[in-house]
Design a protein around this ligand. Structure first.
Ligand SMILES: [Zn+2]
Length: 96
């Protein structure tokens, strides 16, 4: 099955937030610092702004480069369709 793609739009304050947070673990949408144990992530494909509905593979997306997973804040996760937000099971294990 071909994965679906969704274009993430940075918020207006993305650059400012990313600079303030030191960009260590910025939310892909608003640039605010995410906790390292944040369980929510998106799977970026190509150019750093398109995310895949598939949590791991970019199968069927011939012209896209898989850029792996990046954190998204809980409030930003609510602003994009649910099928593009994935939960990191390993992160949940680590915080125990
Ligand atoms: Zn955010």
């Amino acid at each position: 099955m071909t994965a679906e793609l969704y274009q993430i739009e940075h918020t207006a304050s993305y650059d400012k937030n990313e600079a303030a947070g030191g960009s260590a673990n910025p939310c892909v949408r608003c640039g605010k610092l995410c906790a390292y144990d944040s369980p929510l992530y998106v799977h970026l494909c190509a150019g750093g702004s398109a995310v895949s509905s598939d949590p791991i593979e970019c199968q069927g997306l011939a012209n896209y480069q898989c850029l792996n997973s990046y954190p998204i804040g809980a409030s930003c996760a609510k602003r994009i369709p649910k099928r593009f937000v994935h939960i990191r099971a390993a992160a949940l294990e680590q915080v125990k």
